[in-house]
Design a protein around this ligand. Structure first.
Ligand code: HPA
Ligand code: ZN
Length: 322
């Protein structure tokens, strides 16, 4: 139908996608075989059946297990190329892609192996793509600082830093020094906040880390003062509808607050987060939200416009997208 066609065909940017979360079960098995890695699952079907999450941590456990098959630069290239082809098919014109170097360096895979493979796929892509390096917040700030130092020889291959993994108990202020250092290096700054964590985490991401976008941010609605501020500052929220349902942030899509966030004049965007784990790439996220919520063509165009507006691209290229 008409609205679905608009959602599918409209040019859009994707700003919240973890590349390790784009690793499909089929590719996990292919890479396991190629690299002689033993998987705890006997088949693609058995692995897919394990994708029954109750919260963020239950997802992260299986997401880190899936990433264990990534050993060689070509593995990172193949994973990234597959995502970019899929995003291109969804009419994504620009993607800002998270990667988690600590997930790989902790297993003995060199930083350069991961970033070089991911980056080379971005260079070969049929769309514009940039990288954002995320620190794992369940690890220490000293480990994040060491990762930032390790990344410096590759400074030209990524545009910013982010913060992901287990949110509750690891507030943004734990990473004040490493974000300060990243800011001094001229890196763009984002952080996951207000997915499972309280509105106070969104506030400290803004005030302490000085981030320029909030990843998720759906719990902002619990604080009217914060909503007022996010609207005034037009602070972008990279919302991930299917993720929020799979990780039980909301019970069902019909109770997702996407429409309420839009009505509050927030700079909301729609994204896939970990598409191989949550049941769909970016267009599926638009479809699922628009099927379940009172959203129309105007909202669709607004969300697409927001996605380019919130992108870390220079104003001239932004104008060309808009
Ligand atoms: N939240 C936190 N960490 C993550 C996520 C997420 O949605 N996806 C991958 N790592
Ligand atoms: Zn995320």
């Amino acid at each position: 139908e008409r609205l679905r066609k608009l959602l599918r065909n409209m040019p859009k940017a994707e700003l919240h996608i973890h590349i390790e979360g784009s690793l499909e079960p089929e590719l996990i098995f292919e890479l396991a075989q190629r690299n002689g890695v033993d998987l705890a699952y006997s088949s693609v079907e058995a692995l897919r059946e394990a994708y029954a999450f109750t919260d963020l941590q239950s997802f992260l456990d299986i997401y880190y297990a899936g990433a264990s098959v990534l050993l060689k630069e070509q593995d990172f290239y193949d994973m990234t190329a597959a995502y970019l082809a899929r995003a291109h098919a969804d009419n994504v014109r620009h993607a800002e892609i998270f990667f988690d170097p600590q997930t790989h360096t902790a297993r003995g895979v060199p930083f350069e192996t991961a970033i070089n493979g991911i980056w080379r796929a971005c260079q070969d892509a049929p769309l514009s793509a940039s990288l954002i390096m995320c620190f794992l917040r369940h690890l220490s700030e000293d480990e994040a600082l060491a990762t930032l130092e390790e990344s410096l020889p590759f400074r030209d291959k990524f545009i910013g830093v982010g913060l992901d993994s287990s949110e509750v108990g690891h507030p943004p202020e734990k990473f004040a020094r490493v974000f300060e250092r990243a800011r001094a290096l001229g890196l763009r700054l984002v952080a996951h906040a207000g997915e499972e964590g309280p509105p106070a985490y969104i506030e400290s991401a803004l005030d302490v880390l000085k981030v320029e976008r909030i990843d998720h941010g759906v719990r902002s609605l619990e604080s009217p003062a914060l909503v007022e501020r996010l609207a005034r500052e037009q602070m972008a929220l990279t919302v991930c509808p299917l993720s929020n349902i799979k990780l039980r942030v909301f019970d069902v899509m019909g109770s997702h607050n996407l429409r309420t966030l839009l009505d509050a004049n927030l700079a909301v965007t729609v994204n896939s987060d970990d598409p191989a784990y949550f049941g769909g790439y970016v267009n599926e996220n638009y479809f699922a939200a628009f099927d379940a919520l009172p959203l129309d063509e105007g909202h669709a165009r607004q969300l697409a416009r927001n996605s380019f507006q919130a992108a870390f691209v220079d104003p001239e290229r932004k104008r060309a997208f808009l």
